[in-house]
Design a protein around this ligand. Structure first.
Ligand code: SAM
Length: 216
């Protein structure tokens, strides 16, 4: 098994690492052909997407990949929920977004429906996915979803940034600050009426591996 958490870019010559006849294998080979994505991003997007799909398999509404960056999660979602409109949302799209979108849509023409937007007005029937929205941006995502009652899955990162829950969380004498921040997030969503599920993706992919799934 190769190092799944590698930050080395997947290039066309790496396609042979993903010979498996599966949707994941096909996505991985397409990502290799694009030549723009670090290896860990492939696994992060896939893990978040497939775990959310397991929970919300019957979702038929819109899906938003919030703070999408390269946008692979949006494209994975568009494959898993083949009937949903999918919006990739970011304030600043990196060049990798267009390259990846072209490669994915060339392999799966239905993925041309993934649209890119600098912002979205969320609605109750949306499913919002957000992978590594830095620091308090994850809280903004959760709050915006909670405001309208949308289902949401986040995998937070950048807990080292200044954060309002750091100094005052009751458990900060026992737990690492990043854990207290994520616990506060889970509790807030529960108090807002969500059924909260916590999971972790494998830490050989990323240390920022806590997944918070909040179902209305
Ligand atoms: C660490 S990157 C994560 C990108 C991608 N989701 C991933 O997993 O690699 C954080 C992204 O958040 C975006 N971002 C920052 N502020 C934002 C905002 N207010 N609304 C939407 N996206 C934002 C940045 O442009 C950046 O692409």
């Amino acid at each position: 098994m190769h190092a799944r958490g590698s930050t080395n870019r997947l290039m066309p010559q790496h396609a042979s690492l993903f010979a498996q006849a599966s949707l994941f294998g096909e996505i991985a080979r397409t990502v290799c052909s694009a030549g723009v994505l670090p290896r860990k991003e492939l696994y992060e997007a896939w893990e978040l997407g497939r775990r959310a799909h397991r929970l919300w398999r019957n979702h038929h509404g819109r899906i938003v990949d919030f703070a999408c960056g390269h946008g692979l999660l949006a494209h994975v979602a568009a494959l898993l929920w083949s009937e949903s409109l999918v919006v990739a949302c970011d304030v600043r799209f990196p060049p990798s977004y267009d390259v990846l979108h072209q490669a994915m849509a060339a392999r799966w023409p239905a993925l041309a429906r993934v649209s890119a937007s600098a912002d979205v007005v969320l609605a109750k029937n949306d499913l919002v996915l957000s992978c590594h929205a830095c620091g308090s941006l994850t809280d903004d995502v959760l709050q915006r979803c909670s405001d309208v009652g949308a289902n949401v899955a986040v995998m937070p990162c950048c807990h080292e940034h200044p954060h309002p829950d750091k100094p005052r969380h009751a458990l900060s004498g026992w737990l690492q600050a990043d854990m207290t921040i994520d616990i506060a997030r889970a509790m807030r969503m529960q108090a807002a009426g969500y059924h909260v599920t916590t999971q972790q993706i494998s830490d050989d992919i990323t240390q920022k591996n806590r997944l918070l799934l909040c179902a209305r």
